[in-house]
Design a protein around this ligand. Structure first.
Ligand code: UD1
Ligand code: CA
Length: 483
């Protein structure tokens, strides 16, 4: 990794090893406004959804760029294709600028500069990010801003040397001349250059205002390219800073194939980070974890586990094999084996599965067990309660220490409305019981196996609803004779 300053006054700057490992001590937001370009259609995605709204490892593609410029005070987003949909999906605090017709990245910048929202902009520098480069790292951005502002350069941009530069703009440097040439405009020779443009730039605002109207569309795509500003600055003998960064950090997403590549790379990063923090993985190649997920040290994640969305796994848990956990919290020491957990909370010591389905709105207290072929939905289940097998608990509130035996269910739906079942502390629900809601089962009561309970059961009572059993003596012998 190296970087340097190219220009008339400074010549080639010193090559500095690597980009800063820790953020440089600068006031990030000082003097710098940020703009994310997100107006493009994303034609190569072959999808109706605007590109920047595609989910990448559990987050909208554009959220990654937004996070990176979080500390910048003034943020603009250029939207165009499906602008309404994109704006609706993003925070209102952003300054949206509409690029009605998408005539290229340079055109997007000219639209920004002409917009009345930009008229009061007080910054000296403009940081430009594409909306489709999710692995950008904020240290690299801070480093870029620092290098440009410290050297009072006109432009700085991030580049990377990559194994497969196909599709990216190439950074062509010759005899102190520098320009960016798009894949489609490259000569055979230029195509072999392996240093690519990230699409991430820090521009002096004055320069942008002066030169933006000097872009033209004489290129293979007939678009105004922001990248031509590099060549223009070079011709004007302005100082240009290049900061080389890791290949992964500037991977762009233009197609489903690249979306998959980025998710792969993000996943590797995420798992490596968790391993560094003391999380065990049996098989990272069959484990899928969104970049939004949190896992604490001491937890073991077994093969074929999928952890998605805003999921948080506490310490010392055992997850999987074959666990799928979406937007849920799992407390310390819990086990989730061969089960699906959606939008729920499991307190410490939970034992889930094998083959349980914890559906949205389940809140399981400490040491709750939900075992094989049991399902819970929108229910609060108190500390130490057990639903060990073959049961359904929906729209219910169970106190502490409740035993909910095999085959028992809450009959929560009358075909029109959902009703609630209340089961108080220490109640024992026998096997194959139907609790027809709304109904309350009192504290420390017992329900006889096979009962269909339609009336409340008082505390400490036995609720039983069952015909008397008849035994017909000698029946089988008589039957045999008649056969
Ligand atoms: C761009 C760069 C290329 C670089 C690559 C890095 C240009 C001409 N090329 O190519 O050098 O290697 O990014 O990923 O800039 N957009 C608009 N309005 C438009 C066109 C695009 O807002 O009129 C937005 C897109 O939504 C996207 C970003 O600008 O977020 C980049 O556009 P895209 O078409 O993806 O450019 P690339 O071909 O990837
Ligand atoms: Ca792109």
């Amino acid at each position: 990794m190296g970087d340097g300053v190219i220009g008339n006054t400074m010549g080639f700057g010193p090559i500095v090893e690597g980009s800063s490992p820790s953020p440089p001590a600068i006031n990030f937001e000082m003097n710098v406004s940020g703009v994310i370009l997100a107006a493009g259609k994303g034609t190569r995605m072959k999808s109706n959804l605007p590109k920047v709204l595609h989910s990448v490892s559990g987050k909208k593609l554009i959220s990654y760029a937004l996070e990176v410029i979080e500390d910048i005070n003034t943020k603009y987003v250029v939207v165009g294709h499906e602008a309404e949909q994109v704006m609706e999906a993003l925070p209102e605090s952003l300054n949206f600028v509409i690029q009605e017709e998408q005539k290229g990245t340079g055109h997007a910048i000219s639209i920004l500069l002409e917009d009345k929202k930009f008229a009061n902009d007080t910054s000296e520098y403009i940081l430009v990010l594409p909306g489709d480069v999710p692995m950008i790292n904020s240290n690299d951005i801070k480093n870029l801003i620092k290098k440009v502002t410290d050297s009072s350069s006109t432009i700085g941009f991030l580049t990377s040397k990559v194994s497969n530069p196909f599709g990216y703009g190439r950074v062509i440097q010759q005899d102190r001349q520098i320009k960016i040439v798009e894949e489609k405009d490259c000569t055979e020779e230029e195509r072999l250059v392996d240093e690519i443009n990230s699409g991430i730039y820090c521009f002096e605002k004055e320069f942008l205002l002066e030169q933006i109207n000097n872009l033209n569309t004489s290129n293979a795509q007939g678009e105004f390219y922001i990248t031509d500003l590099i060549g223009i600055a070079n011709n004007e003998k302005k100082d240009i800073v290049i900061v080389q960064v890791e290949e992964d950090s500037i991977r762009g997403i233009n197609s489903m194939g690249q979306l998959n590549e980025v998710e792969d790379a993000l996943l590797k990063q995420t798992i490596q980070q968790f391993m560094d923090e003391g999380v065990y993985f049996q098989d990272p190649t069959s484990t899928y974890i969104d970049s939004t997920v949190k896992i604490s040290a001491g937890t073991k994640v077994y093969a074929n586990s999928h952890l998605k969305g805003e999921t948080e796994i506490g310490p010392d848990c055992e997850i999987g094999p074959n666990a799928q956990i979406n937007n849920s919290k799992v407390g310390q020491g819990s086990k989730v084996l061969n089960s699906v957990v959606d939008d729920s909370i499991i307190d410490a010591g939970g034992q889930i599965g094998p083959f349980a389905h914890i559906r949205p709105g389940s809140e399981l207290g400490e040491n709750v067990k939900v075992g094989a072929f049991a399902e819970t939905k929108k229910s609060k289940i108190g500390k130490g309660s057990k639903i060990p097998h073959l049961a359904y608990v929906g729209d219910a509130e169970l106190g502490t220490g409740v035993n909910f035996s095999a085959g028992a269910i809450t009959v929560n739906y009358d075909g029109k409305n959902k009703h609630k079942t209340d089961i108080e502390d220490g109640a024992f629900i026998g096997s194959d019981v139907m609790l027809v809601a709304p109904v309350t089962i009192g504290k420390e009561s017992m329900i006889g196996a096979g009962s269909v309970i339609t009336k409340d059961v008082p505390s400490k009572a036995l609720g039983i609803e069952r015909n008397n059993q008849k035994n017909i003596e000698g029946y089988m012998d008589r039957k045999k004779k008649n056969d």
